[in-house]
Write a protein that binds this ligand. Structure first.
Ligand code: HEC
Length: 223
């Protein structure tokens, strides 16, 4: 009886660790073989974990960029001002113009016309803005003319002593007669009235009707 208990205790103490060692060894041996490469046990087919996949579409644009990304029409600068004046030079309402593809596009003074007077580098690289010389302080501005605002443009030139009304620039709504047209339409840099083309200093290689710019919005496609 006593021997028996001793045998069981001995068996457990020695047998269990021995089995454990054999089991670990077997796992290692069958798993890794004898060359330690561990390819013996077939590996389960793993679903590949997707890594970052390169986006194929451009990221959607938001905010200011989204506005800039809207389709615009293209038109020569002088033709755009001409369409605005031909439509009765509206201050806030939209007006229509024909773009270079002969589509009827829609524009406004604030969004499309005004920048032709306010922006540098628009008529050509290095061009000063009209408002560099023709600015709001009409008493001092060149030709006593303010091209910085709608009212300034309508008030005209030669407003000596800052008087509210000067010489009409808009030909009374007839673009070809407008002084503005006469100084801006300049084939080979020369106006047809023998006065300097605007912006002052404009090189001869600027197209007669000025650069083609993005302006207005195209008509909705017919469905
Ligand atoms: C660097 C200064 C300067 C810039 C920039 C300039 N102008 Fe002039 N502008 C003048 C001068 C100087 C005259 C007078 C030219 C002359 O001797 O006939 C003039 C004359 C004019 C006249 C004739 C006014 C009148 O009653 O005789 C108009 C219209 C005009 N400019 C429009 C513009 C427009 C539009 C722009 C921008 C596209 C522009 N100017 C840019 C200097 C400038």
């Amino acid at each position: 009886m006593k021997d028996n208990t001793q045998n069981i205790i001995f068996g457990v103490l020695v047998g269990l660790p021995a089995m454990l060692i054999i089991w670990v060894f077997a796992l290692y041996f069958f798993g890794c073989g004898t060359n330690n490469t561990c390819t013996g046990i077939p590996q389960p087919d793993r679903t590949p974990v997707p890594t970052l996949i390169a986006a194929t579409l451009p990221a959607p644009k938001v905010g200011v960029e989204a506005i800039a990304a809207k389709p615009r029409c293209r038109v020569a600068a002088v033709d755009l001002i001409g369409a605005w004046i031909g439509a009765g030079f509206p201050e806030t309402e939209t007006f229509e113009f024909k773009d270079v593809k002969d589509q009827t596009c829609t524009a406004t003074f604030a969004d499309d016309v005004q920048k032709l007077f306010l922006e540098a580098n628009l008529w050509y690289d290095g061009a000063p803005a009209c408002t560099t010389c023709h600015y709001a302080d009409v008493a001092k501005a060149t030709k006593n003319m303010d091209l910085s605002s709608y009212t300034g443009i309508l008030a005209g030139s030669n407003r000596v002593d800052g008087k509210p009304k000067g010489d009409d620039l808009l030909g009374g709504g007839n673009w070809q007669n407008a002084l503005l047209y006469q100084v801006l339409y300049a084939p080979d840099g020369k106006t047809e009235i023998n006065r300097p083309a605007m912006p002052l200093g404009r090189p001869a290689n600027v197209p007669a009707s000025g650069p083609v710019i993005a302006a207005g919005i195209p008509p909705l496609p017919d469905n």
